[in-house]
Each structure stands twice: as C-alpha cells, then as structure tokens.
Design a protein around this ligand. Sequence first.
Ligand SMILES: Cc1cc2nc3c(=O)[nH]c(=O)nc-3n(C[C@H](O)[C@H](O)[C@H](O)COP(=O)(O)O)c2cc1C
Length: 441
Amino acid sequence: MAVVKGTELAKHNDRKSCWLVIHGEVWDTTKFLEQHPGGANLILKLAGKDASDEYDLFHDAELVRETLGSDARMGTIDVSTIPIMMDGKPELVLEAKKSPPLSSMISVNDFENVAEKISMKGNAKAYQKILLRGRILRKVRRVDCSTTILGYPSALPIYTSPVGLAKLVHPSGECAIAAAAGKEGCIQVVNTVSSMPIEEIMDARISKDQVIFWQLYADKDLKKSKAFIERVERAGVAAIWLTVDSPVVGNQKMEEVVETTQSVGIAKANTGFINADLDWDMIDWLRKSTKLPIVIKGIQTVEDAVSAFHHKVDGIVLSNHGGRSQDTAQPPLLTLLEIDRYAPQILGKHMQVFVDGGIRRGTDIIKALALGANAVGIGRPVLYSMSGGYGEYGIRRMIQILRNELQTNMAFIGASNVRELERNMVNTSKLEKDMVGSVKL
Ligand SMILES: Cc1cc2nc3c(=O)[nH]c(=O)nc-3n(C[C@H](O)[C@H](O)[C@H](O)COP(=O)(O)O)c2cc1C
C-alpha cells in the first residue's frame, strides 16, 4: 500500500479530485461526493485534509470501508508531512493559542470572544435599555439565588436552553452539559435533535435525582413524536418543552451553526421533519400524550402568552430562538414588558414564565426576574463555554460567573432572595418606547 505525502494529499482538494484522510488512511471520495447524505459540501470543506475528527462525530469507524470500497483507498498518509495551514500559520500553533486558561475567563462574554463572534445582538441590547433602581439598607449580607422551576428546585434562576448538536462543539456534547448543570445545581433542557441519545445524557447526570427537561419539535408524523415522548418519559425526563417558533428553518440558523460548529448542512438535515401545520389543538394532543408538565417555547407576543395561559400550560418561554429564525423579531425582553403592561394578571399564577435570548450578565437575569420572569434560559454561552476544549469545566465556569454576578448585583439592588426582585427596581422607560402601541386580547 502506497504512502501518500501531505503535499500530494493537498492537491486533491476539489470536486475534480477529492481525497480525505480518515484514521491515517487516504480515501478518494470524488465519485461518492454527490451520494453523501449530508451533501457534497460537507466533504469538500475537508478535501485534501485530515477529516478524522469530523468523520468520527457522525460515523462508525467501519462505514468508510463499507461505503467507498477498497478501490477508493489510495494508501496511508505520512502524518509528519500533512501541511495543515490556517491563515498562513501551522494550525497546531493556532490550536495552542486558541484557548486561554479557564481562569482568565472572567465574564460570560469572554467565552464568546474565544468562540467565534456573531452579529445577532438585538436580544442583548434590549437589556441595556433597562436601568436598575437599587434599594438600600435592606440586609443583604446573605443572598440566596435559589428558586423552583416547574416545581423542581434549582440553585439559580437559570437553566441551559436546548442548543442543537452539542457534540459538534465538544466530544462530550450534551453529556458535558448534563454533568455541568448537575454540579452547579441547574436544570438542563435537552433538545429533540441532540447529538447524543437521551438515555446516554440521563446517564451523565450526577445523580438519579438530577432534573432534566426535554424539548420537542413536533414531527410531521405525530406518531413519531408520541413514540419519542414515550421514550424520553421512560428515560426519566421531567417536563416536555414544545418549541413553536421555528416551524420552518431560517437561513440565519444555518449560518450560525456554521459559525458555531463549522458544519453547515447538518442542521438542515436534522430539522426537515418539523411539523409546520400545528395550531393550538397541539396542546390538547400533548395533554393526551403525556402527564408531564408542558411548556411552550417561542412565545413572541402578549396575545400568545395569554392564549397559552388559557390553555393551562405549565410554562412558557418568551423566545425568538436567540434571534436565529427571523430577522427583526422583537426581543423576548420586550415581550415580557408587553405582558407586564397589557396582561400582568397572568404573572405569578399556574403558568411560569421563562425568558431567553441575549442573557449574558447577572444584571440581565435581575431585570428579567424583576419584570416577572421565573427563570431565564442560557443558549449560546453554553456552546461557547464548552468550545475551545473546555467541555464540562467551561460550562461550569460560565454558570459560576453568572452566579457570582447575580449574587453581587442582587446585593447592590437590595434583594436577598429572588422573590424580593420587584418591578420597582427597574426603570423601563427607554425600552417602553419600542413597545407596540396597543394589543387586542
Ligand atoms: C446553535 C443553536 C442551536 C439551537 N437549537 C435549538 C433547538 O434544537 N431547539 C430549540 O428549541 N431551540 C434551539 N436553539 C435556541 C435556544 O434554545 C435559545 O432559545 C437561544 O439560544 C437563546 O438565546 P441565546 O443563545 O442568546 O442565549 C438553538 C440555539 C442555538 C444558538
């Protein structure tokens, strides 16, 4: 069998001739390009390079041999000659520089800087428009940040939002999130399109008592959703969160998965099953399909929040999917403010209200809670903090940073527990200027 030099490998880097290295062996994938279920582009991005890591994320070690056959095996690679270049510098040098020590991450935004930056800042900007009105002389030596989410205790009013294929960011994927959330006393919401089976994620919990919720994208074939619900119930999840804000896949979502994980195409392949023909009857269907608490994720108006309330769901998430689905969708914090103005009667009753999108600081959490939210979801910071090789430890540090900021700022504002965060502690006059003038309830 021939030994292929890196310089030779690098020449076969396009549609005309596309070679890859998988586990030390060089494969000619040219003829297979158009048959690849994930699309030719996924392979072409790795043409002329070592693709072992990306291959391992999705495929069994033997699959390449079975699929391409021995004729496509060009030889073994002379590893020392692989010219892995990036921006003119050897990738290894960049790798070594890529991840600063974990101790240097002192704000959640630092993780974002280590991971790639993104442009969708609208959700976060809404928090900047709210000012804090600190109260004084309120005995805040001890600050307790704990709360309950759907009746389950949580050390913080924070949960980890469902965020795509976590394994693309770190090999421990959703299991790293489970372990980190458990150790920090938080609840994880696992998504339908998780990169690991729900049973494996449940096994990664720190104890059988650790609570995990499950996010559902309803399938075009509801029988499949029913079967999935039965499976996650058997696995032991404690609530079903139905995501309703992305009946179709937006382009932004695809672009961002590229930015976060360098893997365009995979998200599309995994979201084509989503049912775009849902209406409020879906809640009745869900009620008949499970005894678990039901949360609707993706409420974007006070009108729909009130409908959800009347449908007696256990919770809603005010969310625009992190700004990924539709450009200029209003920030979830503004939706919370709409509820505060037009339907305050639905707050503090049978339905809990959660908010996600742009939560990056302890003060953001305080603002959401003061306006009536019960807890907030953290999405991208989970992925950012586990990237750069940090895994579980990065997520834990990210949560710890938020906890410290929350504790300190609760003391500043004069609240020794989350129940003491009140409406009068926030000045919302700037954000109110962005609010819809009237609504019909
Ligand atoms: C890469 C990525 C993947 C996501 N995947 C899902 C998903 O599968 N299901 C879902 O309900 N929400 C998904 N979301 C949305 C998040 O649950 C959450 O609403 C959003 O990320 C919150 O905004 P933040 O990232 O600014 O914290 C995803 C978000 C990101 C960034």
